[in-house]
Design a protein around this ligand. Structure first.
Ligand SMILES: NC(=O)c1ccc[n+]([C@@H]2O[C@H](COP(=O)([O-])OP(=O)(O)OC[C@H]3O[C@@H](n4cnc5c(N)ncnc54)[C@H](OP(=O)(O)O)[C@@H]3O)[C@@H](O)[C@H]2O)c1
Length: 291
């Protein structure tokens, strides 16, 4: 099957940062972009800006809170009712909320960072899988972090999924990102032969909107400013997302881990443990009620 010139691309977390620049870049290239945001007011401001700037009217906004399974199911049902196909799903949205000092449970009973960054993309991807398969060749892009390089021994803590034994935003965030890396490798194998590829991109230090860390004071604020001064722009990172999402060169590539230059990189050894992939899949399916 030929791949359509103008793809239908879903980008989660498209109202800010890298997701916003990915939506903008894809719209500039003439693709249909479905911006998936939990805050529709913020999303609408960005959507209108992108339409005005690119002249591409095919930029849509749909609501979804990735920490809520009900919201994800509503979005998936709404999307499949509205769109005939899905060429690319970019699971970009993530929670890295430094104000969380202890585990916070979602309405589904999961810890909110793990819920947003792993269970949400897991459920969303599964709900859209039949549409992706029917649209093949199609692509799924998941998002991890270069910061995982500081966790060489990190694997899935099945006895700590709700942060009940150990919790900090940082640890729980990287744990959820490791889960996404493993989910990528596992799903890519499960989808062999379907024409749906699954890859993961490792985001480097990227400038975040200043409003994101206004609440941070003292030396931590200073450290953030230093980090920001050395970071690349969201648009530079988005350029890599866009390459992996739509460039023909990557159409058949699957199960890989890429850096911000779209160069294949290796994750640490624990990420390749198939027994852990299978257990993570089973646990995630149970927690999200995926058949
Ligand atoms: N920036 C970096 O240095 C860096 C480094 C490593 C990895 N990453 C990864 O890169 C991706 C994009 O990050 P970014 O830098 O662009 O961050 P960002 O500017 O903070 O954007 C995060 C996006 O995710 C959305 N989001 C958060 N929780 C959500 C939820 N429950 N439901 C739906 N959307 C939700 C946010 O929506 P709201 O505006 O409503 O909060 C926002 O649109 C993330 O996966 C992040 O983990 C970033």
């Amino acid at each position: 099957m030929n791949q359509p010139q103008n793809k239908i691309v879903v980008v989660t977390g498209a109202n800010a940062g890298i997701g916003r620049e990915t939506a903008r870049g894809l719209a500039q290239l003439g693709h249909t972009v479905v911006m998936v945001c939990r805050n529709v007011q913020a999303g609408e401001v960005v959507r209108q800006e992108i339409v005005a700037q690119t002249g591409n009217q095919a930029v849509d906004l749909m609501k979804c809170d990735l920490s809520s399974q009900k919201s994800i199911r509503q979005f998936a049902a709404g999307f499949t009712a509205k769109y005939p196909r899905l060429d690319v799903l970019i699971n970009n949205a993530a929670n890295f909320d430094h104000t969380l000092k202890r585990p916070t449970l979602t309405e589904d009973g999961a810890e909110v960072i793990f819920a947003t960054n792993h269970l949400g993309p897991f459920l969303l991807t599964n709900l859209l899988l039949e549409t992706l398969k029917a649209s093949a060749p199609a692509r799924v892009l998941t998002v991890a972090s270069k910061g995982l390089m500081t966790y060489p021994f990190l694997s899935i803590e099945f006895d700590n999924l709700a942060g009940q034994k150990k919790f900090s935003t940082q640890h729980t965030y990287y744990h959820s990102k490791m889960a996404q890396v493993m989910f990528t490798f596992d799903l890519a194998e499960r989808l062999q032969g379907t024409g749906v590829t699954v890859n993961c991109i490792r985001v480097t230090n990227v400038q975040i909107d200043k409003g994101r860390y206004e609440y941070i004071t003292g030396w931590k604020r200073w450290a953030y400013e230093i980090k920001r001064s050395k970071a690349i722009t969201p648009a530079q990172m988005a350029a890599a997302y866009i390459q992996l999402a739509v460039v023909p060169e990557f159409e058949a590539v699957t199960g890989k881990y890429f850096d911000e230059h779209c160069k294949e990189v290796k994750a640490y050894k624990p990420a390749y443990d198939r027994a852990v992939w299978k257990r993570l899949w089973a646990v995630s399916a149970e927690m999200t009620h995926v058949a």
